[in-house]
Ligand binder design. Structure first.
Ligand code: BDR
Ligand code: CA
Length: 311
């Protein structure tokens, strides 16, 4: 798989979950602009792979901005570095100077098996890849996306952050004819972990445990709760991005519904919304499997055992 990410606290958890699992093989990490500016998300991904002892995996920087819009960042959630709350080691390998879409294309072309793309940030890089290399679309097994929502949003009343940042890219991806699994807020708000579970990560007594406990505590303090309705009772910390990886490791964790998803790209109060045709009222063919429910306890167990497998 390729992980296209904008680390990002929950992106970091998603990365480590993928690295820990024998069910998936991370062949390439590409970074997008989103939670922080592109040079920061690139640096963070490189440092996370240094922490994991996996600098053999190439990290390649993607587009510095959305396709048509000014970049919006989520420093109010992820901090000045994009991953505040813990000290990460410096990368020890030279930066890979390729462009993300070229690196994805080279991997897809040379791989014996179809490649799965996992997208945990705005979909800019994935859209550019699909447009630039249409002949490679049928070599993509699926695209597992954290983004969107059937109901409501966390950046605006109607839009989730990753889709809002680059709605034109999301529109291209959802209409590319490649199988899509979408993990929106409907399911990621159920993918919670709780304070004792963060404490159990620190109690691992490893450097990785210490780093992730610090990251998760910071993320917990700055999370998107202010964007929820006042009567929403949110007890835990939303592990958005790990859902897109956990599905590849164990699809039985999720309840998925095949449905049509369209993206609102016109300016106005619904910009960046994912219009999920849950009741099939459009009569159009489904273009995505959309996650609606999760076995929270088994997901939290997978998250813990993933982090526990690192020194
Ligand atoms: C998404 O936005 C980012 O802040 C998180 O990393 C996640 O990808 C949640 O809306
Ligand atoms: Ca992310």
């Amino acid at each position: 798989m390729v992980l296209d990410c904008d680390p990002g606290h929950d992106d970091a958890v998603a990365l480590f979950m993928a690295l820990a699992s024998p069910a998936v093989s991370v062949e390439l990490v590409t970074t997008c602009a989103g939670n922080q500016r592109p040079e920061k998300t690139f640096a963070n991904a490189r440092r996370l792979l240094a922490l994991a002892g996996r600098e053999d995996i190439p990290v390649v920087q993607g587009s510095p901005r959305p396709l048509r819009r000014e970049l919006i960042i989520a420093d109010y959630v992820h901090g000045e570095s994009g991953i505040d709350g813990a000290e990460l080691p410096e990368a020890t390998v030279e930066p890979d100077g390729r462009r993300a879409v070229e690196a994805i294309a080279q991997l897809v072309e040379s791989s014996d098996e179809p490649i799965t793309l996992v997208a945990t940030g705005p979909l800019t890089n994935i859209a550019i890849f699909l447009l630039a290399y249409p002949d490679l679309r049928d070599r993509i097994a699926q695209i597992s996306i954290m983004g969107g929502a059937c109901f409501g949003g966390n950046y605006s009343a109607a839009a989730e952050f990753n889709i809002y940042v680059d709605p034109e890219a999301a529109d291209i991806v959802f209409n590319a004819g490649v199988p899509i699994a979408m993990f929106g807020l409907d399911v990621t708000h159920k993918a919670q972990i709780f304070t004792p579970e963060i404490e159990a990560i620190r109690a691992l007594g490893t450097r990785t445990g210490e780093v992730f406990a610090g990251l998760l505590e910071f993320y917990d303090r700055s999370t998107t709760r202010p964007f929820l309705a006042p009567d929403d009772h949110v007890e835990g910390l939303h592990m958005h991005d790990p859902c897109a990886v956990a599905y590849l490791i164990d699809p039985s964790l999720f309840t998925m519904v095949a449905t049509r998803v369209d993206i609102v790209t016109s300016d106005g109060p619904t910009l960046g919304a994912t219009v999920v045709d849950y009741n099939a009222s459009s009569g159009r063919e489904p273009n995505a499997l959309v996650g609606f429910d999760i076995d929270r306890d088994r997901f939290a167990h997978l998250l813990h055992t993933s982090l526990a497998s690192f020194a």
